[in-house]
Design a protein around this ligand. Structure first.
Ligand code: 5GP
Length: 123
């Protein structure tokens, strides 16, 4: 799958769409999810153009990968959720129901998050 530069997170990175920023570094931008599924729900995205987890870990350089994951940790600390705990989640592809085709990691926190995986809703 090739990268679609019109995806919503690419537009946020270009400043075309506003976001509620939580943290920013050379390699990553973190912002609050528009439809939070936990009291704290923040997305961390790399600044480079990567469709998914697989694309990022295949094509990104070592400095980008290290910088991205360091930013995930920094974001959690900046949010103050490192003490009580948080969940990291990255959806890749169809079966994980990835919606936005720009790699992102969800940080969810702020309450007991329950079981790790819920069964899919019936459609
Ligand atoms: P995915 O299912 O791709 O892992 O998650 C995409 C996430 O992006 C969803 O949690 C959704 O609420 C969030 N999202 C979609 N559009 C926007 C937007 O325009 N702004 C923000 N802040 N989050 C968005």
């Amino acid at each position: 799958m090739s990268y679609d530069p019109t995806n919503i997170f690419a537009r946020i990175l270009r400043g075309e769409i506003p976001c509620s920023k939580a943290h920013e570094t050379e390699h990553a931008l973190a912002f609050h999810d528009i439809a939070p599924q936990a009291p704290v729900h923040v997305l961390v995205i790399p600044k480079g153009s990567y469709v998914s987890s697989d694309d990022f870990h295949d094509r990104a350089g070592d400095a980008e990968i290290a910088g991205f994951w360091r930013a995930v940790g920094e974001t959690a600390r900046a949010l103050g959720v490192d003490r009580n705990g948080y969940r990291l989640l990255a959806n890749h592809g169809r079966d994980a129901r990835q919606e936005v085709p720009h790699f992102h990691v969800h940080i969810c926190a702020g309450a007991d998050l329950g079981r790790m995986i819920r069964p899919p809703e019936k459609s």
